[in-house]
Design a protein around this ligand. Sequence first.
Ligand SMILES: [Zn+2]
Ligand SMILES: [Zn+2]
Length: 347
Amino acid sequence: MNIQKNFCPKCGEPSEEGLCGKCRVKETEWLICEPRVQCIHCPTCGSLKHGKTWTDEERNLDELAYELAANAVHLHEDVYDTKNEIETYSPNPNRTVCTVSISARLYGIPIEDKCKVLIIWSKEQCNRCSRYAGGYYEGNIQVRATGRKPDPYENKRAAEIAYNTEDELQEAGERLSFLSQVDETKDGLDIIIGSHHIGELISRKIIKEFGGKITTHPKVVGEKDGKPLHRITYLVRLPRYRKGDVIEIKNRYYEVRWVDKGFINIFDLKEGIMKAFHDDSQGRLIGNVCDTETALVAYITSDMAGILDPVTYRNIECAAYDWLNLSEGAEIRMLRDNESEQFILIG
Ligand SMILES: [Zn+2]
Ligand SMILES: [Zn+2]
């Protein structure tokens, strides 16, 4: 018969091995509590400062108080089954006292304790709001067009691209990439920007959509932390012709399909094939395919077609080019060339 019992060397109670649970708990510093926590937030936009960096977090302050208090409590790694209860009390708007009650288990023994965490709320204007309020900017984007003014659609799209880019960058945490002003002027669109990065992105997206060229004009405006501070003007020059413009070059009509890398890619409205011209080619602008009228093909004779003018109801004779595949009684889109009094059939 082997009767063997272990006893705690400290209190003499039965123990499986060495110190009993109660004595181990007594010897363990299982709760450490930070008595004061500071939280800095921007009164204008609500963003929070962690160390030296600001982040956008939409938080209500009650929720934040619970989180800060919970994070101020540090438990020994052997503690398990933890339950926290937090009561808050704010004696004034700059202070919240949090009482954290902890119940848990350690070495098989139930434990509980309380601690107080004082949260100090401080306000500081964040880097973005102070720049914004101070009228700080790092550049501007000027959207212009060659030989014409950007049309209302181009201005509207360029502004949309700018706002969307701002949203994307803000969401990605690039806080200083903001737009401080977007204005339609008599020459086009002017956008004042908080960072060079947003300027580059917006300019590139605009010419990706419309074609055109970007030129940058930097100017040293001062110094910041020992480095020269540049302000950059991004001049976005949209192409002379827009997608869908119908132009006349040497008595032949073309429809602009896209503009890219210094070329306009055009559809020859006589031969029905694509051609490319340098984007500095100048033609006479007739209109845009968005503005076509629909007319009826009244009759076809060998290589001509009678098109019924939808306004005057007179037949206008037009060349019936093969690619148009005209058929009597069918409808066709057309533009009027007021100079030559011809109809240009778009197909
Ligand atoms: Zn013991
Ligand atoms: Zn702010």
